[in-house]
Design a protein around this ligand. Structure first.
Ligand SMILES: [Zn+2]
Ligand SMILES: [Zn+2]
Length: 382
């Protein structure tokens, strides 16, 4: 199905992108490359959705409308690799393999443009800012699905730890939600030698951090997975002054709206009541980030069949354990039936982990990913 020339082109796109990484909503040369390849292949190309997003559309007779998503952004981190295609943009790096995701979907675009074995409308969605900034949500808010109606959406991520030539998927939760919170503790500053004259915000904040550990361990069912992590505590400047304010920040991960609401309520309740017990006051802000990525049953079946057709039934795991990391494909899968799959990239030498300065997308996976996309399109009958 896939020839050596196209594999070489995918590798060249991938390395070009790796060499010139662009971060959230700044994917200007990346989207330029995507748009020009799609135009050459005969796709209708729409640019500027969610600022730097691109949608390539190809219509072939009557049939279902399908959305296939790739992410294009890099991470704001320096690269430690030394090879020829390593990053030329200081402090930016394709450490999550979105260079590979983009190249694979462009490869699939080429294969599908010359293949008569499907009909319907194909929307190839190249999204900006997957990392933290919510580019998928920005495209939806810009009218992605009104302008390009889709009966279903599919996403894919390379997965270090899973061998090359394998896929893994779950019917249901695949990636966790990602929210953040901030608790401000107000007490009364004093001389450190005279604590009785103040209300110690640092001792109070320490108690709050410990009390928050009981959310997952004591308040939620052990049968449900969730994470509450405190990641920052700020307060105080001098060796001998008790500050009158302290700030605690952290993140919450889980797999359902109900669980999110419950954790949010507990964070507020525990921080305000613990502060009160210390004579201090706590104010609490909760910021909704990404929802959980939940695969729908019907689309999971299509993704599973496509993966099996690509690498063989034995090489595809159904029912993998979801990850506590998050993914903004969740916004698309929340409004359209969706399926998000992991593709193995560990060759003879295991891949470096995602978000690691030594990471590099395994080019041997390019052909596998492109074929998977073609099989999704051919297997989707609406
Ligand atoms: Zn990432
Ligand atoms: Zn990623």
């Amino acid at each position: 199905m896939i020839d050596a020339e196209l594999i070489a082109r995918m590798m060249s796109w991938r390395r070009q992108l790796h060499e010139h990484p662009e971060t959230a909503f700044e994917e200007v040369s990346t989207s330029e490359l995507v748009a020009s390849v799609l135009l050459d292949l005969g796709y209708q190309v729409h640019r500027g959705l969610g600022k730097t997003g691109v949608v390539g559309t190809l219509r072939r007779g009557n049939g279902p409308a399908l959305g296939l998503r790739a992410d294009m952004d890099a991470l704001p981190m320096g690269e430690f690799n030394q090879f020829e295609h390593c990053s030329r943009n200081p402090g930016k790096m394709h450490a999550c393999g979105h260079d590979g995701h983009t190249a694979m979907l462009l490869g699939a675009a080429a294969l599908l443009a010359r293949d008569d074995g499907w009909c319907g409308t194909l929307n190839l969605i190249f999204q900006p800012a997957e990392e933290v900034a919510g580019g998928g949500r920005a495209m939806i808010e810009d009218g992605l699905f009104e302008r390009f109606p889709c009966d279903a959406v599919f996403g894919l991520h390379n997965w270090p730890g899973l061998p090359l030539g394998q896929f893994a998927i779950n019917d249901g939760a695949m990636m966790a939600s990602f929210d953040t919170f901030e608790i401000r503790v107000d007490g009364k500053g004093s001389h450190a030698a005279m604590p009785e004259e103040g209300i110690d915000t640092l001792v109070c904040a320490s108690h709050i951090v410990v009390a928050l550990q009981t959310i997952v361990s004591r308040r939620l069912s052990p049968k449900e997975a969730a994470v509450v992590s405190v990641t920052q505590i700020h307060g105080g400047e001098a060796w001998n002054v008790l500050p009158d304010q302290a700030v605690i920040r952290g993140t919450v991960r889980c797999f359902s709206n109900e669980m999110q609401a419950r954790i949010r309520a507990l964070l507020g309740e525990i921080s305000t009541t613990t502060a009160r017990a210390h004579g201090a006051k706590a104010s609490f802000e909760y910021y909704d980030g990404y929802p959980a990525t939940i695969n729908a049953a019907h689309t999971t079946g299509i993704a599973l069949a496509a993966a099996r057709a690509t690498v063989g039934a034995d090489a595809v795991t159904l029912g993998c354990k979801p990850s506590m990391a998050s993914e903004d494909f969740a916004f698309m899968a929340r409004v359209k039936p969706g399926a998000y799959i992991w593709m193995g990239v560990d060759g003879a030498k295991p891949s470096a982990p995602l978000h690691n300065p030594h990471y590099d997308f395994n080019d041997e996976a390019l052909a596998i990913g492109a074929c998977y996309w073609v099989n999704v399109v051919k297997g989707f009958k609406g």
